[in-house]
Design a protein around this ligand. Structure first.
Ligand code: C2E
Ligand code: MG
Ligand code: MG
Ligand code: MG
Length: 288
């Protein structure tokens, strides 16, 4: 089949599968180009303790500042590269950019843990930990405890023992581990037991409807108790309103992240946000 490179690329593909392949390769090319032209940026979303009003950290979330299409969220480009080595390159870029940002904030007098999302593809590499150590080695002045990894339960599919050992190695380096989107996988309980995570992030699908749906509240309550019994910290994702915060505090979940507290924002806006944020005053007094 003909495949011409250069500006006037065209293709002589016939089947739908071929067309899909073509789109796939174009997507990869575009992402690669964007990576090498610094079009990716990290946004940061605060995680807070609602009860005492402190900011406990931020989650780094990737965005593509696309020259023509504007700011794109990860759903627009991560799936296309998921199973490709490029996902590793992008993943390493994210870790490095987060470390750079940690250093910059420290220089401004703001010391905050930053979590990065780790894809299954990244975690499955046998030299994942070496690579991480190598990246950290460029920032010898940064305490590795300021870096946290957010792991999807499903990333451990297949080789739980090996992934678990890898995460233990990360913990021995001082790096924090969170179980992301907790409760959405098929074996959440196994992962809770087997993976050395200090924190469990309850997926937003369990949080969204707690004000209207008593059964969802029961599930959330149970998940929180379970995580507690395993000595994990618990944070609720997708906290969209003050009322969600009220309810979470009443059932004993003090940590939260969501649009109701802050949307993900560019790094430049974070210090000002941290300095100006105040939790609603009644949050300090709710029983829970
Ligand atoms: P996640 O790690 O569970 O991140 C939370 C997602 O929920 C973010 O979407 C965030 O913007 C959104 N969110 C936060 N608060 C609320 C809320 O109150 N309501 C609602 N409806 N949504 C809220 P985003 O940034 O589009 O990221 C989506 C997913 O893409 C992330 O889910 C994560 O799995 C993945 N992702 C993001 N950045 C990276 C990255 O650098 N590397 C990798 N491998 N995955 C990433
Ligand atoms: Mg996450
Ligand atoms: Mg999540
Ligand atoms: Mg998610």
């Amino acid at each position: 089949q003909a495949k011409l490179s250069g500006k006037n690329r065209y293709y002589l593909f016939d089947t739908e599968q071929d067309r899909d392949m073509r789109t796939h390769h174009e997507n990869l090319d575009h992402v690669r180009h964007a990576l090498h032209h610094s079009e990716f940026v990290l946004y940061y979303q605060p995680k807070v303790n609602m009860r005492n009003g402190t900011v406990v950290g931020v989650e780094a979330l990737i965005r593509w500042q696309h020259p023509a299409r504007g700011l794109l969220s990860p759903a627009h480009f991560l799936p296309a590269i998921e199973e490709h080595p490029l996902a590793i390159e992008l993943g390493n870029w994210v870790i490095d950019a987060a470390l750079q940002q940690i250093r910059e904030w420290i220089n401004q007098g703001l010391t905050l843990p930053v979590s990065v999302n780790i894809s299954a593809r990244q975690l499955r590499q046998s030299h994942f930990v070496d690579q991480l150590q190598n990246l950290l080695g460029h920032y010898p002045d940064i305490n590795p405890a300021l870096l946290e990894l957010e792991i999807l339960e499903t990333s451990a599919l297949g080789d739980l023992a090996q992934i678990s050992e890898r995460l233990h190695q990360c913990r021995r380096l001082g790096i924090g581990i969170s179980l992301d989107d907790f409760g959405t996988g098929y074996s959440s309980l196994t992962y809770l037991k087997q993976l050395p995570a200090g924190m469990v992030k309850i997926d937003q699908s369990f949080v969204r409807d707690i004000l209207e749906d008593p059964e969802d509240l029961t599930i959330l309550d149970g998940v929180i108790s379970l995580a507690r019994a395993f000595n994990r910290d618990v944070i609720a994702e997708g906290v969209e309103t003050i009322q969600h915060g009220d309810m979470l505090l009443r059932i004993g979940c003090d940590l939260a992240q969501g649009y109701g507290i802050a949307r993900p924002m560019p790094a430049a806006g974070l210090a000002a946000w941290v300095n100006s944020w105040q939790s609603p005053s009644h949050w300090a007094n709710l029983p829970g």
